[in-house]
Write a protein that binds this ligand. Structure first.
Ligand code: HEM
Length: 491
């Protein structure tokens, strides 16, 4: 009897092990799978060796001569797509519109599958539309928003001024400024500065600690009990507590009408009062969380990279300054000026290509068995979209590893259509915050250049090699902002 049980157990384990290492028929090429871990080890190893996950995955795809890389992380099937045709397909086809339902993503959404960023199907569609419509109704993405951005840009300048030419770490001021604009439309007011600072610090740590695939915590959720810190669990729990407190406080104030004017939270609370099924306080909280997480660091990191690139390319900086001075004089910049400031706009596009903020977009979940490039992608496979790889594709960009704003200017001197740029994604899941991001980046950067020369007093240029986790960020650096005088312009 005992022997039979042992034999059955051995057969079951062998069956499980065999099943876990056999790839589905016509699955995309990639490294071999090991029991329990799949190809996790190879992915970790390559990411470490090449500095970032996207570079490691890109090298793996080249090693297997494929534009569709087939992997398995723990029990999760994961496919990474490369090349413009495949990116276009995943960004725009309905079969790829899902989001995975993993432990890591549920944890990020305060424990439930709610909000916009990590839901799909009717809930996602309804709430994405509702959120965009009501944010717009209260002024988001309209001319009014530009005034808020200009106000925040002036506070950034005041901050620099107060530093009296001492070296400045722009990380201390830029994320706060973006968050203030965003929160103005969501909750009608600013988040208290000390709270915001601690929240941004946690968001930074979280972004550095995780990769798009969710890391060990996603593949072995139980590891949180043994190593809460090392697995990143403690960090996410802290972030959830901090963000929840901020959002709950804002909702409470709205419930007793203690916030003046109109904003997104008021619109949502009205829907809750009408007893609409999916309109709950938990859903409101998670949407606010989605906007806070998706909006702040992505946008401020671009401005930070722009400052870094201006510092490293003094000739380019002077050319932009002259363009700004000759076109705007001392007028406060607005988004409408981006068409007149051709060279500066080309520079900002090049910043967003060269330092792709979201190198791996997604994750997406395949809603039914489908194909990419002739390979089978089974239902529920997770798909990552390698945007950064395309932004460095030598078939599209001339000398892609050189920083050249001119590549975005045509023979007539006009700004070139950026058709091969996918920094905000594409299709129905395209970034809904691009209007805020674009205006903020342009107005803040031009506002700074108009008043200051970006320099480094010790003569050592900071590295342009980014830190890449969930998103790309510049390695910590400081700059000297030297006030411009009328003699600075050659015209
Ligand atoms: C430079 C700044 C930004 C970049 C590079 C960026 C990039 C992206 C990308 C690539 C996606 C698409 C992901 C996919 O296709 O699966 C996305 C989605 C999203 N972004 Fe942004 N984003 C930026 C700023 C913002 C801002 C300011 C907001 C806030 C209003 C925001 C809110 C969102 C949300 C809520 C989603 C999820 C949309 C959905 O799943 O339907 N983003 N972003």
């Amino acid at each position: 009897m005992f022997t039979s049980i042992i034999i059955v157990l051995v057969l079951l384990v062998t069956g499980y092990v065999l099943r876990s290492i056999i790839k589905p028929k016509n699955y995309p090429p990639g490294p071999r799978w090991y029991p329990f871990f799949g190809s996790s080890y190879v992915v970790q190893q390559m990411s470490r060796k090449y500095g970032t996950q996207w570079k490691g995955l890109s090298k793996l795809a080249r090693d297997y001569s494929t534009q569709v890389l087939g992997l398995k992380l723990g029990r999760e099937l994961l496919v990474v797509v490369f090349g413009e045709k495949n990116l276009h397909q995943v960004f725009t086809q309905k079969e790829f519109e899902g989001r995975p339902d993993s432990f890591f993503l549920r944890l990020r959404c305060l424990g439930k599958r709610l909000g916009i960023t990590f839901t799909d199907g009717p809930l996602w569609k309804e709430h994405r539309q509702f959120t965009l419509k009501h944010l717009k109704n209260v002024g988001f993405g309209r001319t009014l928003m530009e005034k808020e951005i200009q106000k925040e840009m002036l506070t950034v300048l005041e901050y620099i001024d107060r530093k009296k030419r001492k070296s400045v770490n722009v990380k201390e001021v830029l994320p706060l400024a973006v968050m203030n604009v965003l929160w103005r439309y969501v909750a009608g007011e600013k988040i208290k500065e000390d709270r915001l600072k601690s929240l941004l610090e946690i968001l930074n740590m979280r972004s550095r600690a995780f990769s798009m695939a969710g890391g060990w915590l996603n593949q072995m959720p139980w590891c949180r009990y043994f190593m809460p810190r090392m697995s990143g669990y403690a960090l996410i729990a802290k972030m959830n507590k901090e963000i929840s407190d901020i959002i709950e406080e804002a909702i409470k104030k709205h419930k007793c009408n203690a916030v003046e004017g109109t904003d997104f939270i008021y619109s949502f609370l009205r829907e809750i009062d009408e007893n609409k099924e999916t309109y709950t306080e938990e859903q409101l909280k998670t949407i606010c969380l989605d906007l806070l997480i998706a909006g702040s660091q992505t946008t401020s990191n671009v401005v930070e990279f722009a400052i870094l690139a201006a510092l490293r390319n003094q000739g380019v900086q002077q050319k932009m300054y002259e363009e700004i001075k000759n076109t705007l004089g001392d007028d406060v910049p607005s988004w409408g000026d981006s068409y007149r400031l051709t060279y500066t706009s080309a520079f900002l596009l090049e910043v967003q290509r060269f330092f792709t903020i979201v190198p791996l977009a997604g994750p997406r979940r395949v809603l039914e068995d489908t194909q990419i490039d002739g390979y089978l992608i089974p239902k529920n496979t997770t798909v990552l979209i390698s945007v950064a790889d395309l932004h460095f594709d030598a078939g599209i960009w001339d000398k892609p590893h050189e920083f050249k704003p001119e590549r975005f200017i045509d023979e007539t001197g006009a700004l070139k259509n950026s058709e091969h740029m996918y920094h905000f994604g594409l299709g129905r899941r395209r970034c809904p915050g691009d209007s805020l991001a674009k205006s903020f980046i342009f107005i803040t950067f031009v506002g700074i250049l108009q008043k200051y020369r970006i320099d480094c007093s010790n003569g050592i240029l900071p590295s342009d090699e980014p830190n890449v986790g969930l998103i790309a960020a510049a390695k910590p650096f400081t700059v000297d902002f030297v006030p411009r005088t009328s003699c600075d312009s050659s015209n």
